[in-house]
Design a protein around this ligand. Sequence first.
Ligand SMILES: Cc1ncc(COP(=O)(O)O)c(C=O)c1O
Length: 393
Amino acid sequence: MNNNRIFLSPPHMGGEELRFVQEAFESNYIAPLGPQVDAFEREFCEITGIPHAAALSSGTAAMHLALREIGVGLGDEVIASTLTFIGSVSPVTFLGGIPVFIDSERKSWNMDPDLLAEELEQCEKTGPLPKAVIPTDIYGQCADYDRIFEICDPYGIPVIVDAAESLGASYKGKSAGFGAKAAVFSFNGNKIITTSGGGILASHDEELIRRAKFLSQQARDPAPHYEHTEIGYNYRMSNIVAAVGRGQLRVLEERVMQKRRIFNIYRNSLKDIPGIEFMPEAYGRSTRWLTVILISPEEFGADRETVRLALEAENIESRPVWKPMHMQPVFRFEPRVPSTRNPVPGSQYPARTVGGKVAEDLFESGLCLPSGTAMTAEDTERVISVILKCRTY
Ligand SMILES: Cc1ncc(COP(=O)(O)O)c(C=O)c1O
């Protein structure tokens, strides 16, 4: 076995991170907040065009604050994509809300706008409308924002885009997350740029971001002593972490190009292989954060798990597509008007689902291939040759 492990999406520093960390050390701002945090937020806003941002400890924290500010509370429904990562929807349960999962469209693998429209019509007839809609931009590609905004607007339902995986992507020439009530970004270690861990909540609404910053610092009221009229969180990003982020922002565009180049190498080598299909690029520019393939066992001669294990045997990390939320044992599916009982920790949480077959298919046959931006031609060749060897004919 080759001793050089190929990881799915490892961190890739750009070179300037240490200079900013050094600045933070020299100014002795080894604390949450500080000039690096302010600069990171400002530079992030310049790059995305979203005018206001709060740098936080994680993307999950950003989602939690957004939902809290929108007023999600006990028993409120929140619509989300079923094909996503748990951090997108766990904050709904933190607030006692009930997630309603919507299936993917085949065209982009993101939230199906037609199903969303049907569900909102149904909600209007039978019961309360959801408090928010959270479309996830999966694997670096924006959801169909225009349609989703158009569907939600007449009901006055805010859209919070989970752009944790799509920083650097665009939709109709605008950045991922642009135009939504709020957008959540993640700088977790596997993301296109990373701060080792961290997140940003960005919005066009200045007041929402001001409140998010307030709540992320224990909701401390202005007073010389510690005064609290609300309960907040300890969610702010530290000055050191923000320094790493500033260095990473400077290479974001280069990382997008590298991710797309890796995708093209895989596609050029595998596109004519029967039974292999690539994730489609339906709207704008995807970053191709991860290159994802679908494997049809009948045509290819081996299934997704056989390929994953063959790669693992050669010290290559790959991963199944996200297991849809409606298949997660932590949720207990309820009829349309679910119980508003607060779940006991450790038990299942009430949820609803709308469709789910497309996401189930994607989970069953989808495989995320190593997509690290520092991968060499030799690395991609190693991955491709293992995949090709899995064919039984
Ligand atoms: C779609 C999605 N949502 C939310 C998150 C949560 O972000 P974090 O890990 O920074 O809390 C992630 C990634 O980790 C993600 O991929």
